[in-house]
Design a protein around this ligand. Structure first.
Ligand SMILES: Nc1ncnc2c1ncn2[C@@H]1O[C@H](COP(=O)(O)OP(=O)(O)OP(=O)(O)O)[C@@H](O)[C@H]1O
Ligand SMILES: O=C(O)C1=C[C@@H](O)[C@@H](O)[C@H](O)C1
Ligand SMILES: [Mg+2]
Length: 173
């Protein structure tokens, strides 16, 4: 049942949290595109946005994802919330393996990201309005990009993990 699993979805949907758990269960490496960008640049994501703008960050993100496709080894890849905006990334992610959309409501997102300072798109703005706007812009893209969607609302990480494992078992690579 192993093969690469890619997690996509909005900020706070749990891609990084569940990605780590899933990789441990599948005994394959965990890779986080946001983390790779941070380790390559040596600065945090807000600093990259400050210096290079969102466009600069997106170019770095596309490069990291293109490099991962080349690797070809099974992994669990947690993507950044905006990775699917670039059509090159959408095609690369589907090439890598099974793409799972972690879906959560804005209400649940609000609870999870309210105090987080590490997400530049959510700073200095009315958080709820911003999250709703992003959801309108992006949710259909997550849906189109993914092979499967799992709703995480009201579920603990271990419960989401169990759902994903059941799905992967039912539909082996
Ligand atoms: N199932 C869950 N129930 C409650 N809280 C959760 C759950 N999954 C993750 N969280 C919490 O929500 C926050 C965001 O989770 P996480 O960083 O995994 O999201 P993400 O999808 O990787 O976001 P980003 O796109 O910004 O990287 C963390 O504080 C995490 O502990
Ligand atoms: O939703 C987004 O556009 C982002 C989500 C984060 O994972 C980071 O990739 C960055 O903060 C941008
Ligand atoms: Mg993350």
């Amino acid at each position: 049942m192993t093969g690469t699993v890619v997690l996509i979805g909005p900020m706070g949907s749990g891609k990084s949290t569940i990605g780590r758990l899933l990789a441990a269960r599948l005994h394959i490496p965990y890779v986080d595109s946001d983390q790779l960008i941070v380790s390559h640049t040596g600065v945090d994501i807000p600093t990259i946005f400050e210096i290079e703008g969102e466009a600069g960050f997106r170019e770095r993100e596309a490069k990291v994802i293109a490099d991962l496709v080349e690797q070809g080894n099974p992994m669990v890849l947690a993507t950044g919330g905006g990775a699917v905006l670039d059509p090159r990334n959408r095609s690369h992610l589907r090439q890598m393996g099974r793409v799972i959309y972690l879906d959560i409501s804005v209400a649940e997102q609000l609870k999870r990201v309210r105090h987080d300072r590490n997400r530049p798109l959510l700073q200095n703005t009315d958080l709820e309005t911003r999250l709703e706007q992003l959801a309108r812009q992006r949710n259909h893209i997550y849906q189109q990009t993914a092979h499967w969607r799992v709703s995480g609302d009201g579920l603990r990480s271990d419960q989401v993990l169990r759902r994903i494992l059941r799905h992967l078992q039912a539909y082996p690579a």
